[in-house]
Design a binder for this molecule. Sequence first.
Ligand code: DCM
Length: 131
Amino acid sequence: MTERIVVVAAALLDGGRLLAARRSAPPDLAGRWELPGGKAEPGERPEDALVRELREELGVDAEPLAPVPGEWPLRPPYVLRVWTARLRPGSAAPEPLQDHDALRWLTPAQVWEVDWLDQDVPAVRATLAPW
Ligand code: DCM
């Protein structure tokens, strides 16, 4: 099978800050920081997967804004794609409900203070390029 499965992650932006989430599992990823998201289900549009994953993992009502150009390889068959997103008016603030044990809103000056997953580093860089 050469089918790709998209893992979609959010560059969730609020007041010029970017949300980073620290993984609590699995053990080899725990303690590292990521753009929150997850796997798209078969037939599910990446934007819809993003909204669903952010609701499940963070308890927020998010609005996808635009795809960040690029696609980054994960362990095959997975590939990482990123959408910018924002909280819809009235959304709860994000909380680490599932898969994460800490969250940080990072200003542009703070973006490289966290230990991003290796595979998220180029995605974060691409997100920041126009920022
Ligand atoms: N993943 C990643 N970077 C992200 C989000 C997810 O490398 N920003 C990886 C971790 C998992 C897989 O994608 O191996 C699926 O993520 P999840 O377990 O959150 O569904």
